[in-house]
Design a protein around this ligand. Structure first.
Ligand code: MTE
Ligand code: HPA
Ligand code: MOS
Length: 777
């Protein structure tokens, strides 16, 4: 059996819903037609950061127009917990105590959403205030309670290495969090029938929602069906956060035997759902006069919020990426997942990785300024060489960053532009202008696989109908990243048929069970292989049947575009399918895949957590007004490794989006809680994501088209969803470079993240020696 590659270039394949997205005909959960008698739920949120509930006066809520019911923790038939790790610390509705400002305490059920929303604010809840710790440092001071045990990664003797190093630097780095700001917010629609609860929602993890709803209703998992056609963006914010909304809708739906929809408004969504973890990191680095790193120690203090959620895996991944692309000969890294009286932080693109990578880049910058070298020289000098071990004892074997650096340096004309930046700054200095430029090139090396090994599995279900049309289902969810398009391409190529023959249906727990979250960038790697497995099973049956029917050998059968060739006879694909059906051949198959080779022992801090690494580099140039702190990204050049691309157009879109989202995290996106624990940045008026006009003025994105995954992944491609996020760090370092010019590049500006205009201004002021008389808040 042979097959020839389909002639259509994958780049010609647009996103499966591209037209529907832009014409407004793509159905999101909120667009689904509601069954007759559908009700609407709205959540009532706590108004203190930590307190004991003394009394709940809900009669005004109950009496409000249109209100059918008010649910509290007492109304939950089963388990009142949505902890994804079974920690039991994540109540659906708070009972007895609240642990953060904005925690759901009750749910109003009404005839309309507007009525439910207006009624929710009529509650009078009395609390006995309890002490609260809001940020990592406050949490440390008040005893350092951890939501899950921290991790240590250790290789060699870091203390001895630091002691013996000719030079040493110590620093503290504060790294901000980030709101997901998905376009479509959290949403759940529960539709009950006599024996089942159907949930339509926008989760990245239908299987987890299925289990959470089953536990809350006290029914087995087989009585709950969870369906996801698409999300309007997830970015990790819908890996676990949808559980609570789905449970509330399902509990109300079961109680009233009517469909119930729950959709918080944007402010409540931002207040009541978890975000990227912010960290305070204390680091020490020992190095030699040439700038080579000899030893690193670091303590990562994370604001986890009030419960565990995914904080163990997130803080672990921060440590896994604390080396970024650099070899640390002696190293000891520790994480402290601290409990705070804030919303429970969760997955966000990169999943803690970015908060590790940026510390490695800070260390590089410190060394470059201390030794008076160009930052790129120091970066290059410290890159892993193949065979060198990571702090978790997995050796790096596929290092391609030297080539990526070489090609990007020449394509973006780094050397000449760097000189031009230095010249520009000298001229501006002479002319008394506050404008400065900065340029930086930073790499990323990102580990691909869920670090919890058992999540690295997937299933798929492929049906061929007798008209030759194909229905494809797999365990992954579409959130805009193009997953369904890529998996359809895989199956189309396997059968050598056009994409128009293939329909990828909504993700549903009815078709593929026991799925993992669509997360860790592994959606295509896992589900693509499962879908290929299913397609190959059906192909093998078709070949077997045709061998018998035509007295041929498997070698004499070829799949060519839209046909199957048996010796010198060319049979249209649909006709071959019809013949197979008549001969009673099964035309449906369930496929499965489990990533090979990976294993991880957390207690020992050792193993092979990642199947492979994805690489990339970006060069950003910025201009900064050092009198206002404002900046513009003048130009960004990216060269990124996606192995052999399944779909260059989609991959480039992921890289552009990741870069801009990463730059937003480190520039304008600032989360700010007041002393009472109230999130004061809970709407676009106060929380600034990048605008279209904030993107780099010149933006060149290219794929390292020579790269091939050395592991046999789906078509030798590499995961692309998260790694490019960390390329946004180049913008942060370029801003630092511009600011450093104020003190003739003698001092590392030690900017904290996000580098808001306010922070940039204060960093500039420090380097100018307080010339403007400004004081930090
Ligand atoms: N791209 C779009 N357009 N929307 C998203 O929500 N999520 C990101 C990334 N790219 C996201 C996205 C995150 S956090 C992950 S883990 C991956 O997509 C998940 O999809 P994949 O595994 O299919 O790449
Ligand atoms: N990445 C993303 N999501 C996850 C992971 C991970 O490593 N582990 C559990 N959920
Ligand atoms: Mo992505 S943070 O793994 O959903």
């Amino acid at each position: 059996m042979k097959h020839e590659t389909l002639s259509a270039r994958p780049a010609d394949t647009p996103h499966e819903s591209a037209q529907r997205h832009v014409t407004g005909t793509a159905d999101y959960t909120d667009d689904l037609a509601l069954p007759q008698g559908a009700l609407h739920a709205y959540l009532g949120l706590s108004s203190v950061a930590h307190g004991r509930i003394l009394s709940m006066e809900l009669s005004a809520v109950r009496a409000a127009p249109g209100v059918i019911d008010v649910l509290t923790a007492e109304d939950i038939p089963g388990r009142n917990d949505v902890s994804p790790i079974g920690a039991g610390d994540d109540p659906i509705l708070a009972r007895g105590e609240v642990h953060f400002h904005g925690q759901p305490v009750f749910a109003v059920i009404a005839e309309t959403r507007d009525q439910a929303r207006r009624a929710a604010v009529l509650a009078r809840i009395e609390y006995e205030a309890l002490p609260h710790a809001l940020d990592p440092l406050a949490a440390l001071e008040s005893g350092g309670d951890l939501v899950v045990p921290g991790m240590t990664l250790r290789r060699g003797d870091a203390a001895a290495g630091l002691g013996a190093a000719p030079r040493r630097l110590d620093g503290r780095f504060t790294i901000g969090g980030q709101d997901h700001f998905y376009l479509e917010g959290q949403i759940a629609l529960a539709i009950p029938n006599e024996e089942e609860m159907a949930v339509f929602t926008s989760t990245q993890h239908p299987t987890e929602v299925q289990h959470m709803v089953a536990h809350a209703l006290d029914v087995p998992a087989n009585a709950v069906v969870v369906n996801v056609r698409r999300m309007g963006g997830g970015f990790g914010g819908k890996e676990t956060q949808m559980n609570l909304f789905c449970c509330v809708a399902a509990i109300a739906a079961r109680k009233w035997n009517r469909a119930v929809k729950l959709r918080p408004d944007r402010d409540d969504d931002m207040i009541a759902t978890g975000k990227r973890h912010d960290f305070v990191v204390d680091y020490s680095v020992g190095f030699d006069d040439s700038g080579r790193i000899l030893a690193v120690t670091g303590d990562w203090y994370a604001r986890c919020g009030f419960s565990a959620d995914l904080s163990m895996a997130v803080t672990d991944r921060a440590l896994f990426h604390a080396d970024n692309a650099y070899f640390y000969p002696d190293v000891e890294l520790r994480s402290y997942p601290l409990r705070t009286n804030t919303v429970s932080n969760t997955a966000f693109r990169g999943f803690g990785g970015p908060q590790g990578v940026i510390v490695a880049e800070r260390i590089i910058e410190e060394i470059a300024y201390a030794t008076g070298q160009d930052t790129l020289t120091v970066r290059r000098a410290n890159l892993y060489q193949n065979g060198q071990p990571t702090p978790y004892h997995q050796p790096v074997e596929d290092m391609i960053l030297p080539r990526i650096f070489d090609e990007l340096e020449s394509s973006c004309d780094y050397a000449a532009r760097q000189q031009a930046v230095l010249d520009f700054n000298a001229r501006m200095d002479g002319a008394g202008s506050p404008i400065r430029r900065g340029i930086a090139m930073t790499p990323v090396k990102f580990g691909i696989s869920f670090t919890a090994t058992h999540f690295n599995q997937a299933g798929a279900l492929v049906h061929i109908y007798t008209d030759g049309s194909i229905q494809l289902n797999h365990g992954g969810c579409e959130m805009g990243q193009g997953l369904h398009t890529k998996i359809a391409q895989v199956v189309a190529e396997a059968f050598q048929v056009g994409l128009e023959r293939i329909r990828v249906t909504k993700t549903t727990t009815e078709k593929v069970p026991n799925t993992s979250a669509t997360a860790a960038s592994s959606g295509t790697d896992l589900n693509g292989m499962a879908a290929l497995d299913a397609a190959n099973q059906i192909k093998a049956r078709l070949v077997d049947f045709l061998c018998k029917a035509k007295d041929a050998t498997p070698e004499e059968i070829r799949f060519i575009p839209d046909h199957i060739v048996v010796r010198d006879e060319t049979i249209p694909f649909s006709q071959a399918v019809q013949m197979a059906y008549m001969a009673r051949v099964q035309l449906s198959a369930a496929g499965f895949y489990a990533t090979p080779k990976i294993h991880w022992n957390r207690a020992q801090g050792s193993g092979r957590p990642f199947y492979y690494f994805a690489y990339g580099a970006a060069c950003a140039e910025v201009s900064v007004d050092t009198l206002t702190g404002e900046y513009v990204i003048e130009r960004a050049d990216v060269l990124h490794d996606v192995g052999r691309s399944l779909n260059p157009a989609i991959d480039i879109g992921q890289i552009e989006g990741g870069f801009v989202q990463g730059a937003g995290w480190l520039t304008s996106e600032e989360l700010w809680w007041d002393d009472a624990g109230r999130l004061r940045t809970h709407a676009p008026s106060t929380y600034k994501i990048p605008l279209a006009s904030d993107r780099p003025k010149v933006f060149n994105v290219a794929l390292a088209d020579w790269s091939v995954n050395r592991e046999p992944t789906i078509r030798r491609s590499k995961a692309v969803g998260e790694p490019p996020f960390m390329l946004g760090i180049s913008v942060f370092e370029a801003i630092g470079h511009a600011v450093a010019s104020l003190a003739d590049y003698r001092e590392c500006p030690r900017l904290d993240a996000p580098a808001t205009p306010e922070r940039v201004l204060m960093a500039a002021e420090r380097l100018r020696g307080g010339a403007l008389g400004l004081r930090d808040r």
